[in-house]
Design a protein around this ligand. Structure first.
Ligand code: FAD
Length: 416
């Protein structure tokens, strides 16, 4: 079904009875050209670009739960291209360009909203670091503006400018940054991949990876064996477990990250705002809820829910920065499992097994990467060559030392 304004009006007039399921619900076939393990944002976008860019449509996405039930539907929806290091810069820049054309490309409203992102700084040293980052963004062809304190006040008058402990010195404004509706991104890619012939198989957990003479031959699943000469492991927080099925031990730890949503309020926060002296970032959804988050829970876990100490920490950071939110009531919170690498950058690479590919290590920033990750992973799976934009995302960098340490915080998973 193709969506159009006319279709919406006609359906509205005739009782909305003509809508059809957005994707098929096929039974798994015995064999595919390529199989993707994981129906999150990255798995679905890979499937879509395999079909769209490379004409590979005999493809299945195998999802152990339901499409969009993982991190792709659990994040705080921030989309930006403000990375500093070559390797990350061009990748996220490409991703943002894909976001800008995504709704037209998928014929699906993912509610991409370029409302602007402001990263606050609170010291001279932090200002210098953000100035450098802004220059790097501009030289990459993206946008950045350094705001002084009064500049920030013009955009965000509700912040606490008087508090002495973390004085606001200014901010880096990235106008093309913003948000998107997370579930819609999963649904949009799923629908678009399905329309090109990709089979989306839900409730199908991969339990084993078949390898013969160093080559992948297929997977074992809870719905039977499926043969395929190419298999992509794209399972975010479960990457360590799935890669272990192929005898691999990944440099990835799984940690919980929580998100919070308040009751719906009238429009009050127009931008995405991030605090520079603690991990706190916030935006307001189109329904009016304040959507915010903070740091990891600081211990490795596969539980998709968090704990109270981090709830308290995040609320404290919010109150420090914008005391007005103290009156809002938090309605919901949840957790997602983050695939943390030691240098905070992802992996899109081949493995030691022929035909077996890996896309993981998205840390807590993989939502904005969904388009470019799918683009580059599809290129890798179709051609066996790394895409230029993902050439630094090598698995062996943790052995060679050629790290991509964006945060400059060293090899501690919990700091990325
Ligand atoms: C609270 C929170 C806030 C975040 N905020 C942001 C943000 O603001 N901006 C941003 O850019 N990023 C953010 N992220 C990070 C981002 O959501 C993730 O990096 C990204 O979604 C991970 O990729 P994915 O969508 O493919 O993962 P997922 O949606 O988790 O997909 C992986 C899928 O693999 C499936 N799977 C696992 N094992 C198997 C198996 N054996 N067989 C079959 N299927 C399997 C899982 O069920 C899951 O559906 C946030 C994450 C969280 C949790």
């Amino acid at each position: 079904m193709h969506y159009s304004g006319l279709k919406v009006i006609t359906e509205g007039l005739f009782g909305n009875k003509g809508w059809k399921p957005v994707w098929r619900n096929p039974a798994p076939k015995a064999q595919y050209d390529a199989v993707i393990i994981g129906g999150g944002g990255h798995g679905l976008s890979t499937a879509y670009y395999l079909a769209r860019n490379h004409g590979l449509t005999n493809v299945a996405v195998l999802e152990k739960g339901y499409l969009g039930g993982g991190n792709v539907g659990r994040n705080t929806t921030i989309v930006r291209a403000n990375y500093f290091l070559p390797g990350n810069q061009e990748f996220y820049s490409h991703s943002l360009k894909l976001w800008e054309g995504l709704e037209a490309d998928l014929n699906y409203n993912v509610m991409h909203s370029q409302r602007g992102l402001i990263n606050l700084f609170h010291s001279d040293a932090q200002r210098d670091a953000f100035a450098r980052r802004g220059n790097a963004m501009i030289s990459q062809g993206d946008d950045a503006e350094l705001l002084d304190r009064e500049g920030v006040r013009r955009y965000l008058p509700y912040l606490d400018f008087e508090q002495a402990r973390f004085p606001i010195h200014g901010g880096l404004l990235h106008r093309r940054g913003g948000t998107a509706r997370h579930d819609a991104v999963a649904w949009g890619y799923a629908r678009a991949a399905d329309r090109r012939g990709v089979d989306l198989i839900q409730n199908c957990e991969v339990t084993g990876i078949d390898i013969e003479n160093g080559k992948v031959t297929g997977v074992q699943t809870t719905r039977g064996a499926i043969r395929a000469a190419k298999v992509g492991m794209i399972v975010a927080g479960r990457s360590g477990q799935v890669a272990a099925m192929a005898g691999m031990r990944l440099p990835v730890e799984s940690h919980v990250l929580q998100a919070f949503v308040t009751e719906g309020l009238k429009p009050v926060i127009d931008h995405v705002v991030s605090f520079g002296m603690g991990h706190f970032y916030i935006s307001q959804s189109d329904k009016g809820g304040l959507v915010f988050g903070g740091d990891l829970d600081f211990y490795a876990s596969y539980a998709q829910r968090g704990n109270l100490p981090m709830v308290e920490h995040v609320m404290e950071a919010g109150m420090t920065l914008m005391p007005m939110i103290g009156k809002a009531r938090v309605l919901r919170s949840w957790g997602g499992i983050m695939d943390m690498t030691p240098d905070g950058s992802p992996i899109i690479d081949r493995t030691h097994v022929e035909g077996l590919y890996l896309d993981c290590g998205w840390n807590y920033g993989g939502f904005k990467a969904v388009p470019a990750s799918g683009w580059c992973m599809a290129h890798l799976m179709a051609t066996d060559q790394s895409h230029d934009f993902a050439r630094r995302f090598r698995l062996d960098r943790f052995a060679t030392g050629d790290l991509l340490d964006e945060e400059g915080t060293g090899s501690q998973h919990n700091l990325h």
